[in-house]
Design a protein around this ligand. Structure first.
Ligand code: SF4
Length: 250
């Protein structure tokens, strides 16, 4: 095995180890975007509503939209501004979100309807979503993975935070660097595994790996550079190993 193969193998093993630990720790938890808990249209609408707010607020707006029959692309398009804005108000910035919901509804209709949108190949879907007003890369990833069941890793601030603290990540920080890094490190993982892994990363970042991390009870502690440094009195005497894309650092 040459050095590059060895490094790639280490990287892949390290990523899998972290995600399997999270799966063991959080795998029994409820995640609102699993296909058994939400329809594709609920996930698409939810991905817009949750922007810049909590899931609790987004879910309340989702319920309000359901109550007035707005969980449908055509219904969103024909709804009056007042009806749509009122339904999404609880999720914050209602005028912005109403405009974004109309844009994604128009994208769905333009693609031939919801079923046709769900059936698009991943790259076509990504191009279409990213061309939609109000849909950035993170929202596009979430819609592709959870609503459309495409094999794509959702990259968000939580993903970056957890992996950077552990000491694993691509050399550069761009969204596509992260996505390529994690997808390449998990060659055997399918859509369902990606859905689970992203869910547990978010839960972990919200419960333990917060802005001020709670490292003592963390299931990643012995594998985490940051955690070991914060809990080991003489951590600076022996820096932990890092595994980055294309190189190892000690
Ligand atoms: S040990 Fe601390 S910094 Fe590392 S992943 Fe766990 S909570 Fe985050």
């Amino acid at each position: 095995m040459d050095r590059r193969s060895s490094v790639v193998g280490q990287r892949s093993d390290a990523v899998q180890d972290i995600l399997e630990r999270l799966d063991a720790a959080y795998g029994h938890e409820h995640w609102h975007w699993m296909p058994e808990h939400a329809s594709p249209m609920e996930i698409i609408v939810g991905a817009i509503l949750v922007q810049h707010t909590t899931w609790q607020n987004a879910e309340r707006a989702l319920h309000a939209m359901r109550d007035v029959g707005l969980l449908d692309a055509n219904a969103i398009i024909v709804a009056t501004d007042a009806t749509l804005v009122d339904a999404v108000r609880v999720s914050g910035t209602p005028n912005v979100k109403a405009r974004r919901l109309r844009a994604i509804a128009q994208t769905i209709i333009g693609a031939g309807g919801l079923d046709a949108t769900l059936a698009l190949p991943l790259e076509d879907l990504r191009i279409l979503l990213l061309a939609t007003h109000g849909v950035g890369r993170e929202t596009a990833d979430a819609i592709a993975l959870y609503a459309c069941a495409k094999r794509t890793f959702v990259i968000d601030a939580y993903t970056r935070r957890v992996f950077r603290r552990v000491g694993i990540g691509p050399e550069h920080d761009a969204h596509e660097d992260w996505r390529g890094f994690l997808e390449n490190a998990l060659p055997d993982a399918g859509v369902r595994t990606f859905q689970r892994y992203h869910a547990w990363i978010v839960l972990h970042a919200k419960t333990l790996c917060r802005t001020r991390p709670l490292c003592d009870p963390c299931p990643l502690l012995d594998a985490c550079e940051t955690g070991r440094a914060s809990t080991t009195p003489h951590a600076d005497a022996r820096p932990a190993a890092s595994v980055h894309a294309g190189r190892t650092a000690r």
